[in-house]
Design a protein around this ligand. Sequence first.
Ligand SMILES: [Zn+2]
Length: 175
Amino acid sequence: MSFSNPQDRYRCFRCGLSDRVEKAEVSQRIESPRPPVFGTPLVYQSPWGCFSGGFVFLSFVAFLFLLVAYIANASSLIGNPQDILPSLLVSLFFSIIAVFVVIHHTQKAKNDRIEVARVNAEQSNRNKVVQKVYDHEKYIYDQLYYCGRDNVVFILEKPETCVPVSEVERLYQTL
Ligand SMILES: [Zn+2]
Protein backbone atom coordinates (compact mmCIF):
# COMPACT_ATOMS: atom_id res chain seq x y z
CA MET A 1 0.00 0.00 0.00
CA SER A 2 1.37 3.40 -0.97
CA PHE A 3 0.75 6.35 1.31
CA SER A 4 1.71 8.97 -1.25
CA ASN A 5 -1.95 9.80 -1.55
CA PRO A 6 -3.10 10.75 1.95
CA GLN A 7 -6.55 9.32 1.19
CA ASP A 8 -5.02 5.86 1.10
CA ARG A 9 -4.01 6.17 4.70
CA TYR A 10 -7.61 6.49 5.83
CA ARG A 11 -8.87 3.41 4.06
CA CYS A 12 -11.10 1.17 6.12
CA PHE A 13 -9.64 -2.30 6.57
CA ARG A 14 -13.12 -3.81 6.19
CA CYS A 15 -14.45 -2.17 2.98
CA GLY A 16 -11.19 -0.82 1.62
CA LEU A 17 -12.71 2.62 1.04
CA SER A 18 -12.08 5.93 2.73
CA ASP A 19 -15.23 7.90 1.87
CA ARG A 20 -17.03 7.04 5.14
CA VAL A 21 -13.94 7.13 7.30
CA GLU A 22 -13.36 9.85 9.84
CA LYS A 23 -11.52 10.35 13.09
CA ALA A 24 -13.37 8.65 15.96
CA GLU A 25 -13.54 11.84 18.00
CA VAL A 26 -15.06 13.67 15.00
CA SER A 27 -17.62 10.98 14.28
CA GLN A 28 -18.88 11.04 17.86
CA ARG A 29 -20.07 7.46 17.39
CA ILE A 30 -17.60 6.20 19.95
CA GLU A 31 -17.76 7.71 23.37
CA SER A 32 -14.54 9.30 24.49
CA PRO A 33 -13.08 7.66 27.62
CA ARG A 34 -14.50 9.38 30.66
CA PRO A 35 -11.92 11.39 32.62
CA PRO A 36 -11.45 10.01 36.12
CA VAL A 37 -13.14 11.75 39.01
CA PHE A 38 -10.98 11.91 42.12
CA GLY A 39 -12.39 12.15 45.61
CA THR A 40 -11.15 14.89 47.90
CA PRO A 41 -8.46 13.70 50.31
CA LEU A 42 -9.29 13.31 53.99
CA VAL A 43 -8.31 16.23 56.19
CA TYR A 44 -6.99 15.57 59.67
CA GLN A 45 -9.18 17.04 62.39
CA SER A 46 -7.80 17.56 65.85
CA PRO A 47 -9.77 15.90 68.67
CA TRP A 48 -9.20 19.02 70.75
CA GLY A 49 -12.13 21.40 70.96
CA CYS A 50 -13.06 24.44 73.05
CA PHE A 51 -14.69 22.25 75.68
CA SER A 52 -11.90 19.68 76.18
CA GLY A 53 -9.15 22.30 75.92
CA GLY A 54 -10.96 24.63 78.32
CA PHE A 55 -11.68 21.82 80.79
CA VAL A 56 -8.04 20.71 80.93
CA PHE A 57 -6.73 24.26 81.19
CA LEU A 58 -9.17 25.33 83.93
CA SER A 59 -8.69 22.10 85.90
CA PHE A 60 -4.92 22.52 86.01
CA VAL A 61 -5.07 26.27 86.74
CA ALA A 62 -7.63 25.77 89.52
CA PHE A 63 -5.57 22.97 91.06
CA LEU A 64 -2.33 24.96 90.94
CA PHE A 65 -4.04 28.05 92.32
CA LEU A 66 -5.61 26.13 95.22
CA LEU A 67 -2.39 24.22 95.88
CA VAL A 68 -0.43 27.46 96.18
CA ALA A 69 -3.15 28.91 98.42
CA TYR A 70 -3.12 25.79 100.56
CA ILE A 71 0.67 25.86 100.96
CA ALA A 72 0.59 29.58 101.68
CA ASN A 73 -2.04 29.07 104.36
CA ALA A 74 -0.27 26.07 105.80
CA SER A 75 3.07 27.84 106.04
CA SER A 76 1.71 30.95 107.71
CA LEU A 77 -0.43 31.39 110.69
CA ILE A 78 -2.94 33.47 108.77
CA GLY A 79 -5.92 31.49 107.48
CA ASN A 80 -6.78 27.87 107.96
CA PRO A 81 -5.56 25.40 105.29
CA GLN A 82 -8.44 23.08 106.20
CA ASP A 83 -10.85 25.60 104.63
CA ILE A 84 -9.18 25.15 101.26
CA LEU A 85 -8.69 21.38 101.44
CA PRO A 86 -12.13 20.31 100.04
CA SER A 87 -11.78 22.64 97.06
CA LEU A 88 -8.20 21.46 96.55
CA LEU A 89 -9.32 17.82 96.53
CA VAL A 90 -12.13 18.57 94.09
CA SER A 91 -9.69 20.37 91.77
CA LEU A 92 -7.26 17.44 92.15
CA PHE A 93 -10.04 15.08 91.10
CA PHE A 94 -10.78 17.18 87.99
CA SER A 95 -7.05 17.45 87.23
CA ILE A 96 -6.73 13.67 87.28
CA ILE A 97 -9.62 13.44 84.82
CA ALA A 98 -7.89 16.16 82.77
CA VAL A 99 -4.70 14.06 82.65
CA PHE A 100 -6.71 11.15 81.23
CA VAL A 101 -8.31 13.51 78.72
CA VAL A 102 -4.84 14.70 77.63
CA ILE A 103 -3.56 11.13 77.31
CA HIS A 104 -6.65 10.02 75.39
CA HIS A 105 -6.66 13.04 73.04
CA THR A 106 -2.91 12.82 72.39
CA GLN A 107 -3.25 9.14 71.50
CA LYS A 108 -6.32 9.80 69.36
CA ALA A 109 -4.62 12.68 67.53
CA LYS A 110 -1.65 10.42 66.74
CA ASN A 111 -3.89 7.56 65.54
CA ASP A 112 -6.07 9.91 63.49
CA ARG A 113 -3.02 11.42 61.78
CA ILE A 114 -1.74 7.94 60.88
CA GLU A 115 -5.19 6.86 59.66
CA VAL A 116 -5.65 9.99 57.52
CA ALA A 117 -2.19 9.53 56.00
CA ARG A 118 -2.91 5.86 55.31
CA VAL A 119 -6.29 6.51 53.69
CA ASN A 120 -4.89 9.36 51.59
CA ALA A 121 -1.90 7.30 50.46
CA GLU A 122 -4.25 4.49 49.42
CA GLN A 123 -6.48 6.92 47.59
CA SER A 124 -3.50 8.52 45.90
CA ASN A 125 -2.32 5.11 44.67
CA ARG A 126 -5.81 4.29 43.39
CA ASN A 127 -5.97 7.67 41.65
CA LYS A 128 -2.63 7.00 39.94
CA VAL A 129 -3.91 3.66 38.62
CA VAL A 130 -7.19 5.17 37.43
CA GLN A 131 -5.32 8.06 35.80
CA LYS A 132 -2.98 5.64 34.06
CA VAL A 133 -5.90 3.60 32.70
CA TYR A 134 -7.59 6.76 31.46
CA ASP A 135 -4.40 8.09 29.86
CA HIS A 136 -3.96 4.81 28.03
CA GLU A 137 -7.57 4.68 26.81
CA LYS A 138 -7.38 8.30 25.67
CA TYR A 139 -4.11 7.61 23.89
CA ILE A 140 -5.76 4.74 21.97
CA TYR A 141 -9.00 6.65 21.40
CA ASP A 142 -7.14 9.61 19.91
CA GLN A 143 -5.69 7.31 17.26
CA LEU A 144 -8.98 5.63 16.31
CA TYR A 145 -10.70 6.06 12.98
CA TYR A 146 -14.30 5.14 12.35
CA CYS A 147 -15.88 3.76 9.17
CA GLY A 148 -19.59 4.57 8.98
CA ARG A 149 -20.19 1.92 6.33
CA ASP A 150 -19.03 -0.99 8.46
CA ASN A 151 -19.44 0.53 11.91
CA VAL A 152 -15.86 -0.43 12.73
CA VAL A 153 -12.93 1.36 14.30
CA PHE A 154 -9.25 0.94 13.55
CA ILE A 155 -5.84 2.54 13.94
CA LEU A 156 -4.12 3.61 10.76
CA GLU A 157 -1.68 1.09 9.34
CA LYS A 158 -2.72 -1.51 11.93
CA PRO A 159 -5.24 -3.89 10.29
CA GLU A 160 -5.29 -6.08 13.39
CA THR A 161 -6.96 -3.24 15.31
CA CYS A 162 -10.03 -3.18 13.05
CA VAL A 163 -12.97 -4.20 15.28
CA PRO A 164 -16.69 -3.42 15.51
CA VAL A 165 -17.50 -0.32 17.53
CA SER A 166 -19.03 -2.50 20.24
CA GLU A 167 -15.62 -4.05 20.87
CA VAL A 168 -13.67 -0.86 21.31
CA GLU A 169 -13.16 -1.67 25.01
CA ARG A 170 -11.18 -4.71 23.94
CA LEU A 171 -8.76 -2.45 22.09
CA TYR A 172 -8.23 -0.42 25.24
CA GLN A 173 -7.45 -3.58 27.17
CA THR A 174 -5.26 -5.38 24.68
CA LEU A 175 -3.26 -2.61 23.04
ZN1 LIG B 1 -15.45 0.38 5.92
